[in-house]
Write a protein that binds this ligand. Structure first.
Ligand SMILES: [Mg+2]
Ligand SMILES: [Zn+2]
Length: 198
């Protein structure tokens, strides 16, 4: 457990995948009119806000490296998502994305990086920004790489069956198990709130 200089324990955060977890997975989303929140996402995120957890979005956006979208478009999508959430009284504290891919076509983004999930560099940005304890944190997503991220930070991982999740559930990778597999973000948030380390 990490500690503040004051000696108080640091809290965990909830790291949320974006596509297939909060909004419909459509593949290389590149316009704000393609953003479709699941009907329960606002309520689920608001419940996390009330719990006192930081809520941090972490998303692989290799479409940037592949030339299908730009960082400006991703930023616009995230501003739009933030506005939709705000209408319902919900808030994501930070939006982090990985623009890279080793097979990309846009040279500036072609690399094996530390931030593409299950790499943990996006989480480490949140650790620096908010002083959270990764080991007391949760990752919620629709891919095994989201669960693998949870393992990488020493936290707990919840797989949702929305997006790719139902297919992912049928083909678990060797030596990786989720702490829970649930139907959707509401189920995941319920599980997290029942497993808080206070
Ligand atoms: Mg996803
Ligand atoms: Zn990256």
């Amino acid at each position: 457990m990490r500690h503040h200089p004051s000696g108080q324990a640091q809290p965990g955060a909830v790291f949320l995948d974006r596509d297939g977890t909060i909004i419909e997975e459509i593949g290389y989303l590149h316009r704000i009119d393609q953003v479709s929140l699941y009907p329960w996402s606002i309520d689920a995120i608001r419940a996390l806000n009330r719990s006192g957890f930081r809520v941090v979005l972490v998303t692989n956006q290799s479409g940037i490296a592949r030339g299908f979208l730009t960082e400006a478009i991703v930023d616009e999508v995230h501003r739009h998502l933030a506005a939709l959430l705000a209408e319902g009284g919900a808030r994501i504290d930070a939006y982090y994305y990985c623009p890279h891919h080793s097979d990309g076509t846009i040279e500036a983004y072609v690399q094996r990086c530390a931030c593409r999930k299950p790499g943990r560099a996006l989480v480490d940005r949140a650790v620096d920004a908010f002083g959270i304890d990764p080991a007391r944190s949760f990752v919620i997503g629709d891919r095994w790489l989201d669960v693998a991220l949870a393992r990488a930070i020493g936290g707990r991982g919840v797989l949702v069956r929305t997006g790719y999740g139902a297919v992912e559930e049928q083909r678990p990778p060797p030596a990786l198990t989720a702490d829970a597999i649930v139907d959707n973000l509401v189920g995941a948030v319920g599980w997290v709130l029942r497993h808080l380390q206070l």
